[in-house]
Design a binder for this molecule. Structure first.
Ligand code: BTN
Length: 253
């Protein structure tokens, strides 16, 4: 089924492997094509993880963006901007305890409720495409044991069910607004809003798992391209481009 929700054209499927994979294969699709599925049988997360995508419980969607050439340093901000949009949509719906963990995990009361998988595709003469995938746990009552204590849903946290398609449309509107900000180059607004919404942004003792090492430090905000600043040792500042952040304990005084 095709639904028009300007500027988006939504392709709605009952079941897909992964909405990101499906959209990636639509090589000629115009910007703002959106692939949405009631369930995914091979939903993917960051760092080669799977994304639990049971039918009707969550929001599983991917959006095609075609950023102008010359904007490559700003590309990482697209996934931060999407996390901001998810967090704002939850907050507007009255959900309390919403947080963002760098770079783009959306949490409620410290547990993960949403994630972003942004994949850039380019090569040869093809113009850059960004497949922006978002997964949000809305109506799940439970999760598989391997997700243990780490995952949650809006229903678990608030006791209320959410109409998935209503949430989808609200989120799409937020993403469209923030993408306009991104296209205008007002990236400071994205960074500021991300920092406002994240208790992890500044003054948090964390460890960061990099591929081959683990470093500990205190967070000191984001760089203008969305990397995480970490104070390690005696005031040395490291810039983290990719990694898994874990909080050690509460705010540093
Ligand atoms: C993460 O690991 O935090 C990112 C999760 C992203 C999941 C979404 S669900 C829709 C889209 N299709 C996928 O296969 N993954 C993303």
């Amino acid at each position: 089924m095709i639904i028009h929700h300007p500027p988006f054209t939504i392709h709605h499927f009952t079941s897909l492997g992964s909405t990101n994979d499906h959209l990636k294969a639509m090589t000629a699709a115009p910007e703002f094509t959106c692939v949405f599925a009631d369930e995914q049988t091979a939903g993917r997360g960051r760092r080669a993880r799977t994304w639990h995508s049971s039918p009707g419980d969550g929001l599983y969607l991917s959006i095609l963006l075609r950023p102008q050439s010359g904007s490559s340093s700003k590309i990482p901000l697209i996934s931060l901007m999407a996390a901001v949009a998810v967090a704002e949509t939850l907050i507007e719906r009255g959900v309390a305890g919403v947080d963002i963990k760098w770079p783009n995990d959306v949490l409620i009361n410290g547990r993960k409720v949403g994630g972003i998988l942004a994949e850039a595709v380019s090569g040869g003469s093809e113009a850059l495409r960004v497949i922006l995938g978002a997964g949000v746990n809305l109506n799940h009552q439970s999760f598989p044991p391997d997700l243990g204590e780490t995952a949650t849903s809006v229903a678990i946290e608030t006791g209320e069910r959410i109409a998935v398609e209503e949430f989808r449309d609200q989120l799409l509107d937020k993403i469209a607004e923030w993408y306009e900000v991104w296209k205008r180059g007002e990236t400071g607004l994205i960074i500021n809003r991300w920092q406002q919404l994240s208790t992890y942004a500044c003054g948090q003792r964390v460890t960061v798992n990099l591929d081959d090492e683990k470093i500990a430090g205190v967070t000191a905000g984001l760089t203008e391209t969305g990397a995480l600043r970490l104070i390690v040792g005696a005031g040395e500042v490291k810039t983290i481009l990719a990694g898994e952040v874990m909080r050690l304990r509460k705010t540093v005084e």
